[in-house]
Write a protein that binds this ligand. Structure first.
Ligand SMILES: *[C@@H]1O[C@H](CO)[C@@H](O)[C@H](O)[C@H]1NC(C)=O
Ligand SMILES: *[C@@H]1O[C@H](CO)[C@@H](O)[C@H](O)[C@H]1NC(C)=O
Ligand SMILES: *[C@@H]1O[C@H](CO)[C@@H](O)[C@H](O)[C@H]1NC(C)=O
Ligand SMILES: *[C@@H]1O[C@H](CO)[C@@H](O)[C@H](O)[C@H]1NC(C)=O
Ligand SMILES: *[C@@H]1O[C@H](CO)[C@@H](O)[C@H](O)[C@H]1NC(C)=O
Ligand SMILES: *[C@@H]1O[C@H](CO)[C@@H](O)[C@H](O)[C@H]1NC(C)=O
Length: 454
């Protein structure tokens, strides 16, 4: 046995699995954090986030509508209610208008596939507490009893799995803003645990056993880890659940967990550090700059442009992250044309440039030292250079890549032929092809393939 010959040795791989695959995780962070992240996640790079719930009915300001209305008494939200609804209208009254009559999960699945995403994460329950599946522990506040009268989670899971190769993940909010059981536990300083044990944890087990998600995307900072028994749940998830081998988790499992414990790190919404991170991370961000849920009061300039999206994405994957890009469907179940447009544009860009994206690794440098707006990724023997703006002179100068000892060739993804290049004063000068706009391989950002550079 030549165990010293490295990771690619088959015997080494089998032995490693024999140890790792039978490993039992203890309900401690030390043990849970030692679990290797299933490889599919890092290879996937890009996923779609979906925020959908009763908040999609008022669809005003954001998915935090209920909180702004009742808790912080934000003026525009309070005024909106006073102007448009009778005095005794409650948030729960919105649920009957969560109709979803145009919800066609096959259409959603096809759109997500077209976008180039490799996984999808749907809100199964946001902080409002309404479950998008017929939960046994959410009496009369779930999508089967009130509103669509459908299993929104189950239908999307089926469509994604029947029509695409995408992975299917579920977002779940541990806490609920106004649940009386939760508020009572909170008032006891989390020494009583009725809400956690009778509601939140039960939901997590239901979701995993029923829908077998590839990602459990937990949310909720309030409340200590011991209150949620997150480590107990994760030990079950990793050891005994129906998804124990392939499931991926994030880092929001109770107070103080974010950016520290769990699977990959989300750290904060729209996290985009711009420098290499040594733990796998995810930039969850929104196409609508100001909201995760659908907002009728959004204007076109509130939506990220495709250039902004690609620039965020290039920086994210160069620094070791995945990007989880959010769309907010309407109460009737449509993904509005502006979201469709961005997803299709991004998909068309990935069709040309996916080689530099999927299964790539961060390179030794993340961005160039000389020319701004250049990001790098790597595959064995090849450095990929993301050029976010076409150089005016058609010549581009790079301070980082140097020719290695094997054959050195440079090409533009989506374009036939090799590009001219030379080194002067330690700078790599590359001549971009002389192309008319209509002949460009893609419209917004271009990727150079540098073979044999190191
Ligand atoms: C989709 O998949 C589910 C189970 O995953 C199955 O019950 C259903 O019949 C499938 N539908 C189609 C149209 O294949
Ligand atoms: C709800 O309870 C019933 C009866 O115990 C069970 O058959 C069903 O699978 C449960 N639903 C979920 C989503 O766990
Ligand atoms: C925590 O979860 C584990 C695994 O389900 C369970 O065995 C244990 O009893 C739970 N502990 C508490 C305090 O709820
Ligand atoms: C490369 O990225 C770092 C960190 O974000 C930044 O400080 C630096 O200015 C960038 N370099 C160039 C040439 O833009
Ligand atoms: C090229 O090969 C020489 C001799 O084997 C070695 O010293 C050098 O480090 C190599 N250069 C690169 C960039 O790999
Ligand atoms: C660009 O278009 C013009 C006019 O159609 C044509 O004469 C020229 O050859 C084209 N250039 C390239 C590089 O294709």
């Amino acid at each position: 046995l030549k165990l010293t010959r490295g990771k690619h040795n088959l015997v080494y791989k089998i032995l490693k699995c024999a140890v790792a695959c039978n490993k039992k995780y203890e309900p401690t962070w030390e043990s849970l954090d030692s679990r290797p992240l299933p490889e599919w996640y890092d290879q996937a790079k890009f996923g779609i986030f979906i925020h959908w719930g009763v908040f999609s009915v008022p669809s005003f300001v954001s998915e935090w509508f209920w909180w702004y209305w009742k808790e912080t008494r934000q003026k525009n939200v309070v005024d909106f209610m006073e102007k448009n609804y009778p005095p005794h209208f409650t948030y729960a009254d919105f649920a009957k208008d969560f109709t979803a009559e145009l919800y066609d999960p096959d259409q959603w699945a096809d759109l997500f596939k077209e976008s180039g995403a490799q996984y999808v994460v749907l809100t199964s329950k946001h902080h409002e507490g309404y479950t998008n599946w017929p939960s046994n522990v959410s009496w009369n506040w779930n999508s089967m009893d009130v509103g669509p009268h459908r299993d929104l989670v189950g239908e999307l899971a089926n469509s994604i799995r029947n029509r695409t190769y995408l992975k299917f993940g579920l977002y779940h909010s541990l806490f609920e803003w106004f649940n009386p059981l939760y508020l009572a536990d909170k008032a006891s300083n989390f020494t009583t645990r009725r809400y956690a044990t009778e509601k939140s944890i039960q939901e997590l087990y239901e979701l995993v056993n029923t829908y077998k998600p590839d990602i459990v995307w937990s949310d909720g900072d309030p409340g200590p880890v011991e209150y949620w028994n997150s480590t107990g749940f994760l030990a079950w998830l990793y050891n005994d659940s129906p998804v124990k081998d392939m499931v991926v988790t994030n880092d929001r499992w109770g107070a103080g967990c974010m950016c520290k414990h769990g699977g990959y790190f989300t750290c904060q919404d729209r996290y985009s550090p711009g420098v290499l991170q040594h733990h796998k991370w995810e930039n969850c961000m929104t196409i609508d700059r100001y909201s995760w849920g659908y907002r009728r009061n959004a204007n076109i300039q509130d939506f990220l442009t495709i250039e902004e999206i690609i620039s965020t994405f290039a920086s994210t994957i160069s620094c070791g992250g995945n990007m989880l890009m959010n769309v907010g469907p309407t109460k009737d179940g449509m993904i509005a044309p502006v979201f469709q447009d961005r997803l299709r544009e991004f998909g068309s860009w990935l069709k040309v440039n996916g080689e530099a994206v999927y299964s790539s690794k961060p390179w030794r440098s993340q961005n160039d030292s000389v020319t701004p707006n250049i990001w790098y990724t790597e595959k064995p023997g090849t450095v990929y250079t993301f050029v976010l703006s076409w150089p005016k002179s058609n010549w581009i100068e790079l301070g980082e890549p140097v020719p290695g000892n094997s054959t050195n060739e440079i090409s533009l993804l989506g374009h036939k032929g090799l590009l001219e290049w030379y080194i002067r004063n330690s700078l790599l000068h590359i001549r971009m092809p002389n192309l008319n706009t209509s002949d460009l391989p893609c419209k917004w950002a271009w990727v150079l393939r540098l073979s044999g550079f190191v």
